[in-house]
Design a protein around this ligand. Structure first.
Ligand code: DAH
Length: 365
């Protein structure tokens, strides 16, 4: 048998195998268990040593020729298949890439920033306090001793256990305890705002169990109600970006201020939306309650470690969520905290081109 001739014939057939399946059939035909080349290899065992010496290398050479040819053809077929696939499945690099989702600034964060910016222009620093508060800072020091009826109005979330110092613990119901903490920490004079989360057990279209307030506190030697009114007017003009803000100060009661005033602002309905501006006594206008404030009660100054005969000041507390709804025309407070990205992409602000108040307080619009 002419092994070299057999090898050339096998090689020719392998090289013309049309596809990988045909090639696999040839591999089985030559090298499979029952394959012709495998059969030749088996004959070696029955040969005489001389015969084997002569034919062994030829048969092994044939096997090598066949398996090399198969490997080479396999490579060639795979390269061809890839080339065909590439030719067929073109990638159009001119197509626009899909949009990468972009985060946005939540309206609450935006409004907090706007308010902090306005107050910074007025020389206020930002103070903070814990959201898990003790009963003394949240109530007692603010002139609400135990059994004070105003405590009941706050729908407080209490913790079941007292803390290590045996204090009754709660989720702060307002940002007012930061007044006490800041007076005790920094003394007087003071000009601070304290933005933050507060908690009350309450939930409907205009109340959520967690909401946001900004507290304001100014302590100095001769602060009076006129300073309060000017500060709030300046704040609201800058915040709502209009000059026709009219405030009405209405006598009220808060344990931590004396006298206490509730501040109303005039508004009208435009396209079914409340728009702040004008006097509530103007035609087509009404008053809306905006915030609570007053002159800091002597007992609060004392709890804050200050001499009430030397220091006095004003304080106010305002709901941030409310201000956001008014300025940006949202009507359901609960949607603020649902975390629905559709709501956020509608009402959120781009971090790069959010409206800012960089014109500053007191700069004519
Ligand atoms: N802490 C009050 C509340 O949450 C709001 C408030 C009223 C704050 C009058 C004050 C103030 O600082 O003077 O209802």
């Amino acid at each position: 048998m002419d092994y070299a001739q057999t090898g050339r014939e096998a090689q020719a057939r392998i090289e013309s195998a049309a596809d990988l399946d045909a090639l696999e059939a040839l591999r089985v035909e030559f090298l499979g268990k029952q394959g012709s080349v495998s059969g030749l290899l088996k004959t070696l065992g029955k040969m005489t040593p001389e015969e084997r010496k002569e034919k062994g290398p030829e048969i092994h050479g044939l096997r090598e020729t066949v398996s090399n040819a198969i490997a080479a053809r396999k490579d060639a077929l795979e390269v061809a298949a890839l080339a065909a696939q590439l030719a067929e499945q073109t990638i159009d690099l001119s197509l626009p890439a899909p949009d990468a989702p972009t985060g946005s600034v939540h309206p609450i964060a935006q409004v907090m920033d706007e308010l902090a910016e306005i107050f910074a222009d007025l020389g206020f620093a930002v103070a903070s306090g814990p959201e898990i508060e003790d009963d003394w800072h949240n109530f007692t020091a603010l002139n609400m001793p135990e059994s004070h009826p105003a405590r009941a109005m706050h729908d407080t979330f209490y913790f079941p256990d007292r803390d290590a110092q045996d204090r009754e613990m709660l989720l702060r119901t307002h940002t007012s305890p930061v007044q006490i903490r800041t007076m005790l920490d920094q003394g007087a004079p003071l000009r601070i705002i304290a933005p933050g989360r507060v908690y009350r057990s309450d939930s409907d279209a205009t109340h959520t169990p967690m909401f946001h307030q900004i507290e304001g506190l100014v302590i100095d030697r001769d602060i009076h109600l006129g300073h309060l009114k000017w500060t709030l007017e300046t704040l609201l003009k800058a915040f709502f970006e209009r000059d026709d803000i009219v405030l009405r100060l209405r006598p009220s009661y808060f344990p931590f201020t004396e006298p206490s005033v509730e501040v109303d602002t005039g508004f009208s309905f435009v396209d079914g939306r409340r728009v702040v501006g004008g006097s509530g006594d103007d035609a087509g206008h009404s008053w809306m309650e905006l915030l609570g404030s007053g002159m800091v009660n002597r007992n609060v100054l004392i709890a804050g470690g200050l001499d009430p005969d030397e220091w006095q000041g004003f304080a106010f507390g305002v709901g941030v969520d409310r201000l956001a709804m008014l300025k940006y025309g949202m009507n359901d407070l609960r949607a603020f905290f649902d975390g629905d990205v559709r709501w956020l992409s509608h009402y959120g602000f781009s971090a790069l081109d959010a409206p800012t108040l960089s014109a500053g307080v007191g700069t004519p619009a």
